[in-house]
Ligand binder design. Structure first.
Ligand SMILES: Nc1ncnc2c1ncn2[C@@H]1O[C@H](COP(=O)(O)OP(=O)(O)OP(=O)(O)O)[C@@H](O)[C@H]1O
Ligand SMILES: [Mg+2]
Length: 262
């Protein structure tokens, strides 16, 4: 079982008027195959948090431990999906997904077989030879998810991966993500601005607030993603009274916290 411990994490940036504290003493434990969503207003430190876990950004204080070992840089056991697809336009779909394995020296037959399987998992079987520019935005993000899965990471890190998609495409990729999560049994840390998306996808929801970035509230054992995976339609899940009530509660929490800071 994968365990990620965020202990007293503090992130400071140099600012024109001194030092800006983006995250102050954040503590969180993620484990098992939870789908953990972090939400909060712009600037509350979500990307800083994810970048520390990814190993792109060193902590100014505290530490992040993956299965007990301090994170000191990027690693294959953490797959990252970015907001913009970040695919290489001179490689086709299959080669893009196979890239992390190529960089690790896996032979062509081995890496293509894995890439093909991951593409099938995200609903893109048959698109292997296409160029990146031939794909829709939603398909490009699916390729990004397949690439993040190629190294069989213990944890998937996603920073607003669906933020640039239109509402209709976004809902389709949300459903794919849940199916991938259910079959891959991965720990996920997912960032979004959308409360509806957060509640639909997450088994846990971490609500953050700014000045300085910190955790306001954590909701555990959210039932909605599992309802969808057990056959209830996404529309039915999102329109039930329990879902709507919680959506309004979280929105209210975020707005109230941010008003205190202006
Ligand atoms: N490299 C940097 N240098 C200086 N300040 C930074 C840097 N990166 C982020 N910040 C500041 O740190 C705070 C947190 O930024 P961060 O990007 O983590 O927020 P966020 O919650 O991801 O916001 P958004 O929802 O807009 O993506 C912001 O006030 C931001 O201006
Ligand atoms: Mg961000």
């Amino acid at each position: 079982m994968t365990t990620l411990d965020i202990n007293h994490l503090t992130v400071r940036y140099a600012a024109v008027d001194g030092v800006h504290t983006a995250l102050a003493d954040v503590n969180l434990r993620l484990s098992g195959d939870d789908f953990v969503v972090a939400i909060g207003a712009s600037g509350c430190g979500k990307t800083s948090l994810l970048n520390c876990v990814a190993g792109f950004l060193p902590a100014s204080g505290g530490q992040v431990l993956l299965d007990g070992a301090p994170i000191q840089g990027p690693g294959a056991e953490r797959g990252v999906v970015f907001q913009k697809h970040a695919l290489l336009p001179w490689l086709n779909v299959l080669e893009n997904v196979a890239l992390p394995l190529r960089l690790r020296g896996v032979d062509a037959m081995g890496r293509h077989a894995v890439a093909q399987a991951k593409l099938a998992l995200v609903g893109l079987a048959g698109a292997e030879q296409k160029a990146i520019w031939q794909l829709s935005g939603g398909m490009q993000q699916r390729v990004g998810i397949a690439r993040a899965l190629a190294s069989d990471p213990a944890i998937l890190l996603m920073d607003e991966p669906l933020g640039a998609l239109d509402a209709f495409t976004r809902e389709g990729v949300q459903e794919t993500l849940l199916q991938v999560w259910a079959s891959a049994h991965k720990l996920v840390l997912f960032i979004t601005h959308s409360v509806e998306e957060a509640l639909f996808l997450g088994t846990r929801l971490v609500v953050m607030s700014s000045n300085p970035g910190s955790i306001t509230k954590v909701y555990n054992d959210l039932p909605f993603s599992r309802q969808f995976l057990s056959g209830v339609s996404a529309r039915a899940v999102k329109s039930q009274p329990e879902f709507i009530a919680l959506r309004e509660e979280v929105l209210d929490l975020i707005h109230r916290r941010e008003k205190l800071h202006v």
